[in-house]
Design a protein around this ligand. Structure first.
Ligand SMILES: [Zn+2]
Length: 314
């Protein structure tokens, strides 16, 4: 038996059920829109629950945990919060300027004691880098994440539109456990550094071979990853025996636009992306995967068994 620390307290991993392991319950924390933001998040999460999603893992490392607590109290779905860092330019200065030891201490405290003055514990470590060549700051964040993982046993989620191999190498060097690490957005074609689809498949396979997992979320993002390429990569990994290294999620995120309306990521240029809510995984992604030749067993691995193993402690 292993426990996962959710916003509402610890639950057994066996209770996680279908899990979206890379999401954003809220992305923007504007006090003047607090109630409307929370209401909208509650509606999206409850809708996902009604469609069969049972757990959502939030990967927004700088967040208002009191807002999350209110949301969690109003939905049936389980919410897991994260600690760690997103990109440097989006990190508030007081957190960005910490040295490596201070970063480790912050992560460990949030994982083992609680976030801010609450007793709500983070359940996962987020780290992020933008390009295949990591900046000094990003390298420090990754080393801190690896050290926090060693101290706590928590899993690591990376933002890896590009350079997942470099990230894996850096984490390995810093002592991280790749079996407890996944690399997100690896299918984004702008991050392939000129590799062909077939070369990209082999590139990703090398990470799976080293124990790392790969998270795919560009469903309905044809402009970043055409469906045929996305399914090619997923089939390639499954055919190579790495069904247990594949994770799927939506990476749902939205903000208030200048007109005061809610706008989902990429919606301004691609209005169809407004459909990509948490529930979209059940309404659209799973049926499309089944039509593309994946089995129900594959889908259950991607959404239930594989996410669950990240939260199990040996
Ligand atoms: Zn994300």
């Amino acid at each position: 038996m292993s426990l996962v620390h959710t916003v509402n307290g610890p639950v057994d991993t066996s209770a996680l059920g279908p899990t979206l392991i890379h999401e954003h319950v809220l992305f923007q924390f504007d006090d003047s829109r607090r109630a409307r933001s929370i209401d909208f998040a509650v509606d999206l999460l409850q809708d996902a629950y009604d469609h069969g999603v049972r757990t959502v893992v939030d990967l927004t490392p700088v967040r208002r945990i009191d807002w999350f607590m209110e949301i969690a109290s109003r939905v049936d779905i389980a919410m897991v919060a994260c600690t760690g860092y997103y990109l440097e330019r989006l990190t508030p200065k007081p957190l960005a300027v910490l040295d490596e030891d201070q970063m480790v201490n912050r992560m460990v405290r949030e994982l083992t004691e609680g976030i801010d003055t609450t007793g709500v514990r983070a359940g996962i470590i987020k780290v992020a880098a933008n390009l295949p060549e990591l900046t000094e700051w990003e390298q420090q964040v990754f080393r801190a994440g690896a050290r926090a993982q060693k101290l706590t046993g928590a899993c690591i989620a990376t933002h890896a539109c590009a350079g997942s191999r470099a990230q894996a190498d850096l984490l390995l060097e810093a002592g991280a456990d790749l079996e407890k690490t996944f690399f997100s957005h690896v299918e984004a074609e702008f991050g392939w550094e000129g590799r062909s689809l077939q070369e990209e498949a082999k590139y990703l396979e090398s990470i799976a071979r080293d124990g790392g997992s790969l998270l795919f979320n560009n469903f309905g993002f044809e402009f970043d990853t055409p469906w045929s390429d996305l399914t090619y990569l997923l089939h390639y990994l499954c055919d190579a025996g790495y069904q247990d290294k594949v994770l799927i999620s939506i990476d749902c995120n939205w903000t208030w636009n200048a007109a005061g309306d809610i706008e989902f990521e990429a919606e301004a240029q691609h209005p169809e992306t407004a459909r990509r809510t948490f529930a979209y995984v059940m309404t659209d992604v799973v049926p499309a995967l089944l039509s593309a030749g994946f089995t129900q067993e594959d889908v259950d691995a991607f959404l239930i068994a594989n996410p669950r193993k990240f939260f199990e402690r040996d």
